[in-house]
Each structure stands twice: as C-alpha cells, then as structure tokens.
Design a protein around this ligand. Sequence first.
Ligand code: PMV
Length: 310
Amino acid sequence: MATSPPLSTFGAGKVILLGEHSVVYGHPALAGPLSQGVKARGVPARKCQLTLPATMSRAQRAQLTGAFLRAAKLVGEPPVKVSLDPELPLSAGLGSSAAVSVACARMLLCAAGREPTPKEAARLAWEMEQEFHGTPSGVDHTTSAEERLLLYRRAPGSSDTGRGKVVDSPRPLRVVVALAGERSPTKKTVGALRERQARWPERYQRLFAQMGKLASEGARAVEAGDLEGLGDAMNVNQGLLAALGLSSPVLEEMVYRLRGLGALGAKLTGAGGDGGAVVGLFLEPEPAVDQLTRLGVRCFSSQLAGPRAT
Ligand code: PMV
C-alpha cells in the first residue's frame, strides 16, 4: 500500500433546489450539499474490498460491489478494506448513491497515496455513479464532491461529467428535508419519463426548458439575497414536476405542509415519483422540524450555503 488509508472519509448527500430531471436533458440545475451523508471507514488489508451489511439484499450488494471494484481498478486496487456508515436516508432523493461513491472515491484515492481533491474524487465517483444510475446527469456526485451550492450543467449525451459553477449566498440558505412515503429507484423514474418525452418531445422539451430557466433565475436570486424569489421559483418548479408526472398525493401533501409551516418555497427533490424527499426553504427551520417530528414525520434541517452562525 502506498500510504495508510485514513480512518474515515465522508461523502455529502445533496438536495436539488431547482431543475431535477431537466438537468438530464442538458438544462441547468441548482443543488447544494447536505451536512448529512455517508462515511466510509478503511483499514489496511491484503486486498481491496468492500464489506457490506448482511441486511442488504443480494442485488444491492452486487451493485455496490461492482461499482466499488470499477473505481478501485482505476486506482490500482490499493489493499484497503472499506465499510460504509450511512447517516442519510437511502434511495429517497438525497443523493445517497453519490454520497457512497464520493466517500469510497476519497478512501480509494488516499489508500493509493493520491490527493483526494474534489476534482479527483468527482472523477472516480462518476465511475461508480454510472453503475448505479446508467445515465446520471452527474449533478449528485459533483455537488457531493465540491460541497458547495452549484449551478450544474452537462451536455446531454456527453460521455463526461458536467460543470458546476459555485453560487455564493450572502444569506444563510436553510432547508428542511422531510420524507414522504416510499419511491422507486431513480433509474426507473428517469426511464419512464424518457419514454414519455420520446413520445411527445415538443411538449416535454418545453417544460424542461422552463425548469432550466427557473434554475438560472433561482441562482441569481440566491446571489442577490432574494430568498423569497428563490422560494417562488421552487413553488413553480413543483408545479412543473407535477405536470411531468413526477409528483404524487403523499408528496403534494408534504409540500403543502411545509408551506403551511412557513416555507418560502417547497417542492419534491430528487427523482420523485410515488414518494421520497421534499425540501422546504425556511428562514427559521427549527420550529418546523420540531412540529413535524412531533407528528412522526422523518425530517431534518441543513444549511446549504451562506454565512454560518458562530
Ligand atoms: O433521486 P436522486 O437523489 O437519485 O436524484 C436524481 C436526480 C435526477 O435529476 C432525477 C437524475 C439525474 O441524473 O440528475
């Protein structure tokens, strides 16, 4: 082994504030890192390997192991035994697979004696993400590796990952993330939308273009400190996601709950579908988290950007 692997590395989860799905078709999306994510722990070993909990299904284990070995090969399979410690709800729309990919990429790079810069970590995590998603836009792992609020864009059909422009916020950007029901894997929801848009391309492309415009407008609102403007863009984006067939009664109910609790804007985040995560933009998230928790809703708050209280 080139160097001793670190005891632990981290990959952040993400929330997409504006532009999920349309980002797959080349339009920009606004996404930020969560403080919650996935930790990878590493110990020196004879060969490069990933150990997974027995509670995972055979299919999940095969997919994770395949993705890990694909990335490991690219850095010479350093002899490290890696285990995962997720502190993020899995398959909910919060970029858990990207967080796993970034945590593993950082661990593999360190174990191979290489600097785990955001760019290097993103490049290696991209290899894993392709195993998980097939045709990911790359917004999840780029946001996770950069750990900054990004306006992200990737040319459709490009074999490479896209680019994220850092969006600075003069005000704290605080969100509540709440979970509503179960959902299908991202790959399935993205695939079903792809079939609908192939059938009625003009109708769907129109909506994708509108969503891309909202993401750019939202980024400008963030830079201007106009959180009300950002919140309004999120509400409009939710309407477009519903028009694309990506929302559901449980998601809508949670969106309206968060708005009722004072969210400046609320929408589903990630792939959506039957259920999953809903994000609300709040000036003061804690009272909403307390109230939702009392009602038995799984939720948490996070700051995505802007000055932090000392
Ligand atoms: O639900 P998640 O966390 O896998 O996010 C998916 C985001 C999409 O825009 C729907 C797909 C993508 O590759 O960007």
